[in-house]
Design a protein around this ligand. Structure first.
Ligand code: GZL
Length: 334
């Protein structure tokens, strides 16, 4: 009997050892529980310009590279679609919400809902204004360009290029989307410089909504009304390259030489602008980089790791006159 107990105890001990080893093995063999992927909800304005499509490509590629699950929504340039998308991200309890606001205002309620849900918000590309409260209390960081500076750079380049400090210089302006930060700020920056050059006059100004089609349509109307008024158009200032490229078609169809009869300066620095400068049809583009994807994903990772983010992350940009276009084009990334 005693011997039997000994054998039983030995068998029990052996079983225990196997079980423990098994557990150990299962711990060793089992993969670590997969880390939960960060989920980012991104509301994009649309696909209105070369700039925007490059911005989207940058964000999608960077999310893939960073291993971040991207829920992406294209609002087709409608604020109501952005509001719907952001509310859907809140319902899905994403980890972070980011968006490029199509216009500056109308975000108070949805940002308050995101804050109440405890979901941090990152602004990319464009800033916002709030009717109640300080916007900085509702987003963690705003990353994007200084549009006022872009407007100043366009005006300073033009004054330097024209070398006209006496004769009138008649300017027509194609504005971006009405109510959008880039349209408001680029206009303000351009006019701030032109205050010191009273012979430079903006004789016509209208939105082309950042698209080629609308830019062409509005430029056609500028040319017709200037002819009717007996006015000469000396310069086109376009808030983005796409509208400038559309306007170039209208200028050619009117029998004029873009880049010569009408000097053209625009903003973004997309490949289409470099090609137009090489063709002698555009005189300068002011860079506004859409390549925000890497910065955004870095900010999302830092945020979810509990790091503090700077309230403002500024993108660095340059000015590209036509005479450097052929050299620069091969290295352009958007
Ligand atoms: C600027 C961006 C603007 C571009 C346009 O950061 O918001 O919107 O200048 C784009 O090309 O449509």
């Amino acid at each position: 009997m005693f011997k039997g107990i000994r054998i039983g105890a030995a068998l029990l001990a052996a079983a225990m050892l196997i079980l423990l080893a098994g557990c150990g093995a299962s711990n060793q063999g089992a993969t670590k529980p997969t880390e939960k992927k960060i989920v980012l909800g991104f509301s994009q304005i649309g696909a209105e310009s070369e700039w925007r499509t490059a911005n989207t490509e940058s964000i999608k590629a960077a999310a893939k590279e960073a291993g971040i699950e991207l829920k992406f929504s294209d609002a087709q340039q409608k604020q109501e679609n952005q509001l719907k998308a952001i509310r859907s991200f809140i319902q899905q309890k994403v980890d972070v919400i980011a968006f490029s606001p199509v216009v500056e205002t109308g975000w108070d309620a949805v940002l308050q809902e995101a804050k109440a849900a405890g979901i941090p918000v990152i602004l990319t590309d464009r800033a916002i204004k709030m009717s109640n409260g300080n916007p900085e209390d509702y987003y963690v960081t705003f990353m994007g360009s200084d549009f006022v500076e872009e407007g100043r750079r366009a005006a300073n380049w033009l004054v330097d290029f024209m070398k006209q400090d006496k004769a009138d210089v008649n300017i027509v302006e194609l504005q971006g989307t009405v109510g959008s930060a880039p349209a408001i700020d680029r206009k303000n920056g351009f006019e701030e410089v032109m205050k010191n050059h009273p012979n430079y006059k903006i004789i016509k100004s209208q939105t082309g909504d950042f698209t080629r089609a609308k830019g062409k349509e509005v430029m056609e109307s500028f040319l017709k009304s200037a002819k009717a008024d007996g006015q000469k158009i000396d310069v086109l200032f376009a808030h983005n390259d796409d509208m400038a490229i559309g306007a170039i078609q209208a200028i050619e169809e009117a029998g004029l030489k873009p880049g010569k009869d009408i000097i053209i300066v625009s903003i973004d620095g997309v490949k289409g602008a470099f090609e137009a400068m090489i063709a002698g049809k555009l005189n300068a583009t002011i860079e506004c980089s859409p390549l925000l994807g890497g910065q955004l994903m870095e900010a999302v990772k830092d945020l979810t790791a509990g790091k503090q983010l700077a309230k403002r992350i500024l993108t660095k940009e340059g000015v590209f006159p036509a005479d450097v276009a052929a050299k620069e084009l091969p290295s352009r990334k958007y």
